[in-house]
Design a protein around this ligand. Structure first.
Ligand SMILES: Nc1ncnc2c1ncn2[C@@H]1O[C@H](COP(=O)(O)OP(=O)(O)O)[C@@H](O)[C@H]1O
Ligand SMILES: [Mg+2]
Length: 376
């Protein structure tokens, strides 16, 4: 649950935005871990309307103005594409930024240096923190693919890279090696097996970026945080209504998004599970993701299709490497609630990588069958 900003006068913030009517209340909302989120109620001539107010985490996003510029360009484009395709209810299928009064800015900085933004509140839909069914996996994957598809023709210039090298696996590998060398907390000896696990797979780290450099896999616009809880699912139909949480939208490889979906949605356990015998890649979830994603990702070229299965393995390995690096550095980036948690998280990710390696052939068959079905 987002924490309330102590003693904050929400009226002072919300009146900066072009929301009409009388302010009623602002309550902490959702279970996001990054930003502080509030559901705001206004009475507009007697009818209650809601907005979503967020305090942007400017420790992570050091340039909130660049983040908002990306979000404005992306959401304007998505809405224009949906409108021209004759889709109804466009403001329910894309985040809509409420501008500030007077200077029409996409966010507002208060006297204490906090950055605030406001969105229209999407009604009749919700997010789930853990995946409940294959149907949800399929719908979420569909929504992310549709999102990428709608952005395939976003005009230049290139979006801001708000977190540079976010998914650059060779750079993450170099950072891990540095952390091993420095061994600032004398922890490397206790993580030998995990370090070796990575070194055995070091040659894989550059595979997608090498193909990108050879011109085989294009740079596209990607979401970069494709967890199930960043898609709003319709309360009645269960359909993916809208992709949210656009802070990390930036240039990247489409496969990063698919790979992270596979990593997060197919896991059989929570991220810090210590009983590794319970950890496996659920192939039925993978099939649902692949079905949903491929149904909408018409833009994918042959090289991207070839690497769909591999992308899950790569992103999972990379996230495991980041947990390991953080463990070696003394848990400076990922919050921990108990000693050794980052090493446990790393071990869980690596067990997932192994499970994906074991099932790689079956996963390839699933993708091939779906692609063959589409070709008919
Ligand atoms: N426009 C919106 N309408 C309704 N609910 C929203 C909207 N945007 C976000 N939410 C809810 O707030 C939660 C947190 O928002 P999110 O942008 O994902 O923050 P975080 O970056 O902290 O994860 C989401 O999981 C979702 O349930
Ligand atoms: Mg979120």
């Amino acid at each position: 649950m987002s924490s309330a900003v102590a003693g904050f006068k929400f009226q002072d913030v919300v009146r900066r935005f072009r929301a009409w009517g009388d302010f009623v209340e602002a309550v902490p909302y959702g279970s996001g871990h990054i930003n502080d989120t509030y559901k705001v109620t206004f009475s507009m001539a007697g009818a209650h309307v809601h907005y979503l107010l967020q305090r942007i985490n400017h420790k992570i996003f050091k340039n909130p103005a660049a983040v908002m510029e990306n979000i404005m360009r992306v959401t304007d484009h998505v809405r224009a594409r949906l409108a021209s395709a004759g889709v109804g209810n466009v403001t329910r299928h894309s985040l809509c930024v409420v501008l500030t009064r007077g200077d029409a800015q996409p966010c507002y900085q208060d006297g204490e240096g906090n950055w605030w933004r406001m969105y229209l509140f999407i009604e009749g839909a919700r997010t789930f923190d853990t995946i409940q069914s294959e149907g949800q996996a399929e719908e979420a994957a569909r929504a992310y693919a549709r999102f990428q598809n709608l952005l395939a023709d976003l005009p230049a210039p290139r979006l801001h890279e708000t977190i540079p090298n976010f998914h650059n696996t060779p750079i993450r590998l170099a950072a891990l090696r540095e952390a091993v060398k420095a061994d600032a907390c004398n922890r490397a000896a206790g993580a030998r097996a995990e370090i070796e696990f990575v070194e055995k797979r070091a040659a894989l780290c550059a595979r997608l970026l090498d193909r990108n450099a050879r011109g085989e896999i294009p740079e596209r616009i990607t979401h970069n945080d494709t967890k199930i809880n960043n898609v709003m699912l319709d309360d009645v139909t269960g359909e993916g209504v809208c992709v949210i949480d656009l802070d990390t939208v930036m240039p990247g490889l489409a496969l990063y998004d698919f790979g992270d979906m596979v990593r997060s949605a197919t896991a059989s356990t929570p991220e810090d599970e210590r009983d590794l015998s319970k950890v496996r890649m659920r192939i039925e979830m993978f099939e649902a993701l692949a079905r949903g994603y491929l149904a909408e990702a018409a833009f994918l070229n042959a090289a991207e299709r070839e690497e769909l299965v591999f992308s899950g393995r790569l992103i999972t390995l990379m996230i495991g490497m980041r947990f390991l690096t953080d463990y070696l550095q003394g848990d400076v980036y990922f919050k921990t609630h108990r000693p050794g948690q980052n090493l446990d998280r790393c071990r869980m990710q690596f067990r997932m990588v192994m499970s994906m390696e074991e099932q790689a052939e079956a996963m390839e068959k699933i993708v091939a069958a779906i692609c063959a079905g589409q070709a008919v």
